[in-house]
Design a protein around this ligand. Structure first.
Ligand SMILES: [Zn+2]
Length: 433
C-alpha cells in the first residue's frame, strides 16, 4: 500500500509534535493526533504527515481536547449581550459554547435555530427563568409574570436536546422588588426538568447566604469571585460559612469572568483557603470580548497565575463543565473514535499584565495562546473580530484592534490592550469590596 493509501490520504489532518494533556482519558505525553471524517482516527507517538491532507504543526505546544466554555452569550443579534462565536472560536480553542441564559421561553426557539448555523461548533443553552431572557441589559427578573416556571418547563421540553439548565440572575438591578422569587421559580423549573440551576451573583439584595443555602447539589454559582456585595468572603477574608456548606453538599462554583464578576483579590483569598473553582468560564459577551476577559484561554492564564496547575486549568475548562451539565461526552476524548475537537496552545513565558473586571492588574508569567482550533474535524480559519453593537461603548485602542487583519489576531489583546485605559469599565451598582 502506498503511504497515502489507495484512495488518497488516509487522514484529513494530523496534529503533529505536541504535548497531549487529556483529562478525559488521562493521556499525557508527546503524541500525534490523526483526524478523519470528523473523529480521531489515530493517536500515536509518530504519525507521518504525508498520510494526511493537512498538517497542524504543534511542535513544542500543548494539545488538549476542545475547550468547553460553560458561560457565554452567543445570541447575536437579538440580545444586549450576545456575540457571534465565530471571531473568537478559531483563536481560543473553544469548540463547545454554552449560552448562559440569553434566551427565556419567548426567544429560546430563536436561539436554538441560530445555533444551528454554527457548525462545526457544539452549542447548548441554559434557559433564563425570565421569559424575555437578556434582550435588555438588565431588569429581566423584576416582573412576576415573566418569571413563569411552568412556561420555562414547556420551553425546556420543546428544546430538550439543547437546554442543559436554568439560568437566574440574582442581582439588585435584575430582580428589584422580586428578591429571591426568581431563584425559587428557577429551582422549580429545573427540578421538573431534572436540570441544574446556574445562579449569577453580583450586588445584593438578595442576600448571598440565602441564595447559597437554597442551591441544591449540582447547582452552579457563577461569578464566584465577584468583588461586589454578594462576594463569597466573610469579614475575616475567608470563605463564608454558607460557601463551605454549599460546597460540602455539591454546589459547583464557576468563574464566569465577564465584565463585572471577577476580582483578583477575592480569587486570591478564596484559593488561599483551598477554594479552587470547579469550572473556569469566560462569560464572553459584548462588554467582555474586548477585554479584560477576552476569551477562555486568557481567563485560564489568570488561574495559572493564581497557582493552579496546567492540568487543573485544562480540567476546569473541559471535563468539569461538561460534567456540570450532565453531558460528559461534550469533553471529547483525544482517543480513537472521539469527536475531533482539538485545541493547540502555546504556553508563552514572559512578563505579561492582565486585569480583573475592576481594573486591578496582576503580572503573569505564563500566557495560554491558541495556535490552532479543530472543531468536528475542521481546522477553523481566521475570522476577523466583529465591531461591538451600536449600544456598546469602545475605546480608541479597542477600535484599533477591530481594524486589524484577522490573521494578526491570535493574541491581539495581550499585545495591544495592556493598560486599564484601553478598556471600557462596566458601571456597576454599588462599589466593589
Ligand atoms: Zn453572563
Amino acid at each position: 500500500m502506498s503511504p497515502t493509501g489507495e484512495n488518497g490520504p488516509l487522514f484529513d489532518l494530523v496534529v503533529r509534535g505536541g504535548r497531549v494533556v487529556d483529562p478525559v482519558t488521562g493521556r499525557l505525553g508527546r503524541f500525534d493526533v490523526a483526524i478523519a471524517g470528523g473523529v480521531v482516527a489515530d493517536i500515536a507517538p509518530a504519525i507521518p504527515g504525508d498520510l494526511a491532507t493537512g498538517v497542524v504543526d504543534a511542535k513544542g505546544a500543548l494539545v488538549v481536547p476542545g475547550l468547553v466554555d460553560l458561560h457565554t452569550h452567543i445570541f447575536s443579534p437579538g440580545t444586549f449581550w450576545g456575540v457571534d462565536p465565530g471571531p473568537t472560536a478559531w483563536r481560543s480553542g473553544v469548540t463547545t459554547w454554552v449560552d448562559a441564559g440569553s434566551a427565556g421561553a419567548y426567544n429560546l426557539g430563536a436561539l436554538h435555530r441560530l445555533c444551528g448555523s454554527f457548525p462545526p461548533l457544539t452549542t447548548r443553552a441554559f434557559v433564563n427563568i425570565s421569559s424575555i431572557g437578556l434582550v435588555a441589559e438588565t431588569g429581566e427578573g423584576r416582573r412576576d409574570d415573566l418569571c413563569d416556571a411552568g412556561l420555562a418547563v414547556d420551553a425546556i421540553e420543546q428544546n430538550a436536546d439543547f437546554v442543559v439548565g436554568v439560568k437566574c440572575r440574582l442581582d439588585r438591578a435584575v430582580v428589584g422588588e422580586m428578591g429571591i422569587v426568581p431563584l425559587q421559580r428557577a429551582i422549580e423549573a429545573a427540578a421538573a426538568g431534572g436540570l441544574p440551576v446556574m445562579a449569577h451573583i453580583g450586588t445584593g439584595p438578595p442576600d448571598i447566604d440565602e441564595v447559597l443555602d437554597r442551591l441544591r447539589p449540582g447547582d452552579i454559582v457563577t461569578h464566584c469571585y465577584t468583588g461586589q456585595g454578594m462576594a463569597l468572603l466573610d469579614r475575616s477574608g475567608g470563605p463564608r460559612a454558607s460557601v463551605v456548606r454549599a460546597r460540602e453538599r455539591g454546589v459547583l462554583f464557576d468563574v464566569g469572568h465577564g465584565a463585572g464578576g471577577f476580582s483578583f483579590a477575592v480569587a486570591e483569598r478564596m484559593l488561599a483557603s483551598g477554594h479552587v473553582p470547579d469550572v473556569i468560564s469566560s462569560d464572553l459577551h459584548q462588554r467582555s470580548v474586548l477585554g479584560p476577559a477576552f476569551d477562555l484561554p486568557t481567563c485560564m492564564s489568570k488561574f495559572l497565575a493564581l497557582g493552579m496547575s496546567l492540568e487543573e486549568v485544562v480540567q476546569a475548562a473541559t471535563v468539569n463543565p461538561a460534567r456540570a451539565i450532565g453531558q460528559a461526552s461534550l469533553a471529547a476524548p483525544l482517543a480513537i473514535g472521539g469527536r475531533a475537537d482539538v485545541a493547540v496552545f502555546e504556553v508563552e513565558v514572559g512578563d505579561f499584565a492582565l486585569y480583573d473586571t475592576y481594573m486591578e492588574q496582576r503580572k503573569v508569567d505564563r500566557l495560554l495562546v491558541n495556535r490552532a482550533t479543530v472543531a468536528g474535524g475542521v481546522l477553523l480559519p481566521p475570522v476577523a473580530a466583529a465591531p461591538p453593537a451600536c449600544w456598546i461603548p469602545s475605546t480608541d485602542r479597542q477600535d484599533d484592534v477591530l481594524h486589524r487583519d484577522a490573521g494578526e489576531l491570535r493574541r491581539p489583546w495581550a499585545t495591544l490592550l495592556t493598560h486599564p485605559n484601553d478598556f471600557v469599565h462596566l458601571p456597576l451598582v454599588g462599589p466593589p469590596i
